[in-house]
Design a protein around this ligand. Structure first.
Ligand code: AMP
Length: 112
């Protein structure tokens, strides 16, 4: 399945990469909503968070672990927010699961 993020992973579309390993990549969001805003994206294509299965649990753990580790490395020791927009009502626009990581500004709740 060729998604925008698959093309970024395959270096067919440029992105500002922060991190890569055998399971995930991380790159800066093209339209940042905070001074730090990057995405952690699995190399495996899964459409939405609602499509994950039990066998994806280790991958999901790896995504969350990578998100917090990179957040701290990028200066968000005081706090950050992770978000996985899911399907239309959840505000998802790219149908290849990804975790947003936002930091270095005060977050509010509810997000609106
Ligand atoms: P979502 O709306 O949760 O599916 O998030 C998709 C995110 O991908 C948005 O925050 C976009 O700004 C971001 N995005 C779209 N195209 C690119 C790109 N070429 N490089 C980096 N981020 C992108």
């Amino acid at each position: 399945m060729d998604t925008l993020f698959t093309k970024i992973i395959n270096r067919e579309i440029p992105a500002k990469f922060i991190y890569e390993d055998d399971q995930v990549v991380a790159f800066h969001d093209i339209a940042p909503q905070a001074p730090v805003h990057f995405l952690v994206v699995p190399k495996q294509h899964i459409r939405t968070l609602a499509d994950v299965t039990e066998q994806d649990i280790p991958l999901l753990g790896h995504i969350v672990f990578t998100a917090q580790r990179l957040a701290k490395e990028l200066g968000c020791e005081e706090g950050f927010r992770v978000v996985m927009n899911t399907n239309e009502d959840g505000g998802q626009t790219v149908y290849h699961i990804h975790m947003h990581v936002l930091g270095q500004r005060q977050m509010h709740w509810p997000p609106g």
